[in-house]
Design a protein around this ligand. Structure first.
Ligand SMILES: NC(=O)c1ccc[n+]([C@@H]2O[C@H](COP(=O)([O-])OP(=O)(O)OC[C@H]3O[C@@H](n4cnc5c(N)ncnc54)[C@H](OP(=O)(O)O)[C@@H]3O)[C@@H](O)[C@H]2O)c1
Length: 298
């Protein structure tokens, strides 16, 4: 897969404010495809299936040429999302994803979060492996699981998915080393810290009620203020290298040893076109030195 993948959470149209336009979203997917992106990450939870439908419509026949990573387990219960990884829910969720995406087999199926309904991971993994044996799923992954789970199930897993960005680096000392030891790939999510590392918020942003960033402490005055000098340095480093700050932030994530791809979200094609410039940086002969320096100076 490409080192930059498109994250489709915002494209579901929920939790990301009032400016998510499905036509712009489809154009964003097509822009990613045109730029050589071959990895698209979705989930049943993203807009209750809307992200899947948008992806299917925007990719058309290309859906079978790329890798569509999806998830299983998280569902709404009243106003709250919960994780149910019971074998019965796993199977029902997978059948619904197959129908929405219009495929006979899912390329990559990842448990979205650890189960909150008491199902032991061993029972979930057994159900997932059975679905793979039946040919409904090609590869398996775990999101938001700790290093112990990843190492314990490494033989069955293609990937582990975890958060990773210049301001959230814990993954480099737990999930990434565990995945490397087990020969498991890593998909790093939220590489822009929900847009913060694009450098576009010059002042404290005010999000509408419909945008979860309103409740995210990184966008509250004190943490935002603490991060501002680092984001300023990122902007300056990006200007020197000649790429948008978002591309530099994404390239730093994608270049960490053990990371297979950075999953970066976008609402419109212009954002995608900025973010995929990370690939250009990753191809430079001095990429490792350059990006290590970005991580140190940030
Ligand atoms: N497994 C999990 O539990 C899990 C959890 C989180 C995410 N993920 C996956 O990882 C993907 C990426 O994470 P994320 O979408 O949460 O966060 P992200 O990639 O850090 O940020 C994406 C957001 O930043 C803004 N943005 C993107 N490119 C930009 C640019 N060039 N300039 C300015 N703003 C830009 C857009 O929002 P605005 O335009 O509104 O600012 C966009 O929706 C998700 O879409 C999802 O596929 C998985």
């Amino acid at each position: 897969v490409s080192a930059v993948g498109l994250g489709c959470w915002a494209l579901g149209g929920e939790h990301w404010g009032d400016d998510v336009d499905p036509e712009e979203g489809k154009a964003a997917v097509r822009a990613a495809l045109e730029a050589g992106v071959t990895l698209f990450d979705t989930a049943p939870l993203y807009g209750a299936g809307r992200a899947d439908r948008l992806l299917r419509e925007a990719l058309g026949p290309h859906l079978r040429e790329v890798v569509v990573a999806t998830k299983v387990g998280a569902r709404m219960e009243g106003a709250h999302a919960i994780s149910d990884l019971s074998p019965a829910h796993v199977r029902a969720d997978v059948e619904a994803s197959l129908r929405r995406l219009g495929v006979e087999r899912l390329d990559l199926l990842q448990a979205h979060w650890p189960c909150e309904r008491g199902t032991p991971l061993a029972d979930t993994m057994e159900a997932l492996v059975r679905l793979r044996e039946e040919g409904k799923v090609r590869h398996l992954g775990l999101c938001n699981h700790g290093p112990e789970a990843i190492e314990a199930w490494a033989d069955a897993l293609a990937v582990a998915q975890a958060p990773l960005s210049l301001i959230r680096r814990e993954g480099l000392s737990d999930v990434v080393p565990a995945a490397r030891r087990g020969g498991v790939g890593v998909l790093a999510y939220e590489p822009l810290a929900r847009g913060l590392l694009s450098g576009k918020f010059r002042a404290l942003p005010r999000f509408p009620e419909s945008d979860m960033r309103r409740r995210d402490p990184r966008f509250w005055a004190s943490r935002f203020g603490q991060l501002a000098p680092s984001v300023g340095r990122l902007r300056a480093m990006a200007a020197r290298v000649g790429v948008p700050p978002a591309a530099l932030a994404v390239a730093w994530v994608a270049s960490r040893p053990g990371v297979t791809a950075a999953l970066v979200g976008a609402k419109r094609p212009a954002q995608v076109r900025e973010n995929v410039q990370a690939s250009r940086l990753l191809a430079r002969p001095d990429a490792a030195t350059l990006l290590d320096a970005v991580g140190t100076r940030f």
